[in-house]
Design a protein around this ligand. Structure first.
Ligand code: CA
Ligand code: CA
Ligand code: CA
Ligand code: CA
Length: 296
């Protein structure tokens, strides 16, 4: 069957208000005036504005990690004719579900015939205790589906482009901190003794963290008392919490008071430093006997 366009004249147009029902019949012009009913009647609609589609009200949204939920607003744009539905979904950007947020998949958002304004979809945010960068969640709205009764189920619904936006979750956790312990034991009377210092990273982090360490002379001096360590960088992967620094201390039988040197931490990256100095007193616990014997 061929199609045609209906042009109401002035008197008929006045009756063509939205919501009225239109029917059509075909009548031959022959002697018998045969009449045929057309397909199901349908409701007159506001064709000038169309059904519109459902869009995000912004290309970007931001929420603090402690915000509980991110309120994502959408609006019906371009018309209010008929009922429309679009499906809202999230997908991982740099944020990952379920650690950072609760995923949403194909949540329908529906506007009734004639309904306009904004609607809000809540995305649940997880307030974890991990230091991390601000992270993103991709938001999508599917093609808007138009649910008008005059659209047969098998007919293609009006297709409107899908829409996308990005939600940024702003982290609220402090960076991890580095500390180094102190080491004290006998230097020994000969050879070298290992002084093992432990650098500890405290706090959850999703990022690599770095810190530099180097020896610093105190009353003990390199190279006569110990072997100096030039500035060196430790890189801690997210799950690493401790690393060790070994300083070789030279033992001798000289009469000397306890001496010290320091391992100094500096230049922390993605971290802070809570205890920057590990001291290494060269305890002379083997010395008192020698000391008393030689000192009248
Ligand atoms: Ca994360
Ligand atoms: Ca997180
Ligand atoms: Ca947090
Ligand atoms: Ca966090």
């Amino acid at each position: 069957m061929s199609s045609f366009t209906f042009h109401p004249d002035a008197s008929h147009a006045a009756a063509m208000t939205v919501g009225k029902v239109i029917t059509a019949t075909a009548t031959t012009t022959g002697a018998f005036f045969d009449t045929s009913e057309f397909s199901a009647c349908f409701t007159a609609v506001d064709g000038s504005a169309g059904a519109g589609d459902i869009q995000f009200t912004s290309a970007t949204y931001t929420v603090g990690e402690a915000g509980g939920t991110a309120a994502i607003t959408v609006a019906r744009v371009g018309g209010s004719n008929g009922s429309v539905t679009a499906n809202f979904s999230t997908s991982n950007g740099t944020a990952t579900a379920p650690d950072d947020y609760a995923a949403v998949t194909n949540l329908p958002i529906t506007y009734a015939d004639g309904e306009t304004g904004t609607k809000t979809v809540n995305v649940t945010i997880n307030n974890d205790s991990t230091f991390e960068t601000n992270e993103t969640v991709n938001l999508s709205l599917s093609t808007t589906q138009i649910n008008r009764p005059d659209f047969a189920p098998t007919a293609p619904n009006q297709a409107v482009d899908p829409h996308a936006a990005v939600l940024t979750i702003v982290d609220n956790d402090p960076p991890p901190s580095f500390s180094i312990d102190d080491v004290s034991h006998s230097e020994g009377n000969s050879g070298t003794t290992s002084y093992v210092f432990t650098v500890t990273k405290t706090g959850n982090t999703a990022l690599n963290a770095q810190v530099d360490y180097a020896t610093v002379d105190g009353t003990a001096t390199a190279p006569s008392d110990y072997t100096a360590i030039a500035p060196t960088t430790f890189t801690f992967l997210p799950g690493e919490t401790t690393k060790q620094v070994t300083v070789l201390v030279k033992g001798d039988t000289n009469v000397e008071s306890n001496e010290t040197f320091t391992i100094h931490l500096s230049n922390a990256v993605n971290a802070t430093i809570s205890d920057a100095d590990g001291t290494g007193p060269l305890s002379t616990t083997t010395r008192p006997a020698l000391h008393r014997r030689r000192d009248p």
